[in-house]
Design a protein around this ligand. Structure first.
Ligand SMILES: O=C(O)CCC(=O)CC(=O)O
Length: 264
């Protein structure tokens, strides 16, 4: 567990070094989650790949910073973290808003990005009205008030069984995020549109969807892949919005296959 001050914002990160000259994979989180969602993916990559995880501002152990945020704030934070660690040519794997952050990083600092994995994300997610309603609900009644509908989008019905302790724990993860960090990130998503930039992506890109994803459904992820020259599109069956939790083996296997192609 490590910490760095990035422009006055304390950021928590972890890095598992694989050795010199090994590719570096940065895993970038979704809204309302912290870096623990990658817990079962990391050991499946570690050793062969250096793996970086972190809590974006307003989530996990990191500072709140100054919400509301923009995607520029969040991609700038990732750029500062990579600069701090002396990393470039990174394979950036972003989940949902993490995918918007990855697209923002590529648009602003392409020197840092060797390839993109855009998971359960899009060039544009939701509508301004949808995000305004969600921000209003969180401001008035807290994150717990939106727990049920969020969980229905995040996880398949079988994972949401009441006897599944992991499900209960991820409910805890969501409601324990700072409300201002959550709503501040909703504002960043609301204002993000990478439709034009997507056509200019010139690094190898893998787009991943979950067949039961209620937040960024497969057809939306497919439309992102269609915008990006040469992008590969894969669906993980039996998963929803957060396949790194529900199917870490299949998720890591897709990442590995993509990285092996990059290296060949
Ligand atoms: O997960 C994200 O980063 C944003 C997409 C979203 O709205 C997730 C959810 O349904 O709560």
């Amino acid at each position: 567990m490590q910490f760095v001050d990035l422009g006055g914002v304390a950021v928590h990160y972890d890095i598992d070094w694989a050795g010199e000259n090994r590719p570096v994979v940065a895993l970038v989180n979704s809204l309302g989650t912290d870096s623990r969602i990658w817990h079962h993916v990391i050991p499946k990559l570690a050793g062969d790949y250096t793996v970086l995880t972190y809590d974006k501002r307003g989530h996990g152990l990191s500072d709140l910073g100054n919400p509301p945020y923009s995607i520029g704030d969040l991609s700038g934070e990732l750029a500062s973290l990579l600069d701090h660690l002396g990393l470039s040519n990174v394979i950036v794997c972003g989940l949902s808003v993490g995918g918007l952050i990855a697209q923002g990083l590529y648009a602003s600092r392409p020197d840092l990005v060797r390839a993109l994995i855009l998971s359960n994300t899009a060039h544009k997610i939701g509508t301004p009205q949808m995000w305004a309603d969600r921000i209003g609900a969180v401001e008035q009644n807290g994150i717990a008030s939106i727990l049920e509908p969020v969980m229905q989008r995040w996880f398949t019905a079988s994972f949401r069984e009441p006897g599944n302790a992991a499900y209960k724990a991820y409910c805890n993860m969501l409601v324990r995020q700072p409300a201002l960090g959550y709503s501040g990130t909703c504002a960043a998503i609301s204002n993000a549109d990478f439709t034009e930039e997507a056509a200019r992506i010139a690094v190898p890109t893998l787009c991943i969807a979950g067949d039961q994803d209620g937040s960024t459904p497969p057809e939306l992820v497919r439309s992102l892949a269609d915008l990006i020259p040469g992008a590969r599109y894969e669906v993980i069956e039996g998963t929803a919005h957060i396949p790194c939790i529900e199917a870490p083996g299949a998720y890591a296997a897709l990442i590995r296959g993509f990285l092996e192609e990059l290296e060949s």
